[in-house]
Design a protein around this ligand. Sequence first.
Ligand code: PMP
Length: 356
Amino acid sequence: MRDQADFAKNVIAFLSHLDEDEAGPDPHQAAMRLGIPLKDLIVLSRNENPYGPSPAVGAALQDGLFHRYPDSRPFLEALAGYTGFSPEWLVAGAGMDEIISTICRIFLGQGDRALIPVPTYNFYALAAGLCGARPEYQTRAESFALHPHLPGLKMVFLCSPNNPTGEVLSEDSVRSVLEETDAIVFLDEAYIEFAGKSLAGLVREYQNLVVGRTLSKAFGLAGMRLGYAIAPPWIAEQYRRVAPMFSISSPSLAAGTAALADLEWMKECVRRIVSERERMREKLPCALPSQGNFLFLKTRHKSKALAEQLLCRGIIVRDCSSFHGCGERCLRVTVGRREENDSFLEALEILDGKKD
Ligand code: PMP
C-alpha cells in the first residue's frame, strides 16, 4: 500500500517554500476562540465596507433562473456604463484575485520574471509563482527605477492606492513604467473609489496596461466575489480564451448589476469612510496619509503581539509583518463605523501608548 509521501512528491516545487498566507485571523474562528458572537467582534482587518451594499442588491437576489448557467452580459453592460469603456475592453471574474490569476496564466510561464514593488498586496507573488515565474521584489518608491532589460521580465504589478501603505502613484510614474518596458503592467485599483483620480484612461493609450478593479470594497460586495479589469481588446480577447466561462454565479452577477445601478449608495459610503479616515488620522500621528479605506500605522511595539492584544479585546486588525518588506512594526487598520473606530483608537492608545 502506497502512502501519502508517494503522492505528495507530485506537488509542484514552488509550494514547498511557500509560507501559509497570513491574511490575519479568521473572524469566525476568532469569535469562537474568544467565546463571543461574531457580531460582537470588531473586524477591521479586511478592508471591507462596513455599511454593506446598496439595498437594491437584496431585491435583485429575489428572482433568478438558478437552473441556467449565468449570463454575464447585463453586468458587463453595467460596468461599461460605470467605467466608460465598452464591453470589448472589459473582463469580469470571481473577485480581482481571479482576474490576477488569469492574467498571470496568460503572460507568465516557467522561468519568467514578475516585478513587484514592495510592500504590496501579497497575492501577486503567489499568482506569479504558481505560473512558474520568479517574483523580483523592488522597494516601492515614488518613481520606479525599472530595469527594462531584466531578462525574462513579463509582468509588472503596480497597486494604487497601495495595499497596505495607502499612497497613490502619480500619472507620470505609471507612464514612465509603461513606456520603459515591454512587459505587461497590471495596475491594481481595488481602492480607487476612495482616492482621487483613476488612471484607467491610460488603457486607451498603452497596449501593455491592464487595470484591475473590484466590487469588494466601495460597493460593499466582498462576499459576492466580483472583480473586473479594463484591458486593451487584444488582452481581453486572450483573457476570454483562458478564463473559466461561468466563474461568476448568477446571484453575484445580479448583485453587481444592482449595485452599479445605485452609484449614490456607493458614493455615500465612500464619503462617510473618507471622513472617518481623516478623523482617525488626526488622532493617530503614527498613521501615514492614505487614499484607501484603511490606515497604515507604524507601531512602537511589535505589531504581531499588538494585533494579538487587540484581538483579545475583540478587535481584529492586520499585522503587516507578513507583507514582504514591511518589517515588524506596522499595522493596517480598516476604517470601520465611527463607534468601531473609537473602540480601536481607545484600545490602541492603551496598548501601544507611552509605556515600553
Ligand atoms: N487587490 C488588492 C490591492 C486587494 O487589497 C484585494 C483584496 N484585499 C484584492 C486585489 C482582491 O480583491 P477581491 O476581493 O476582488 O478578490
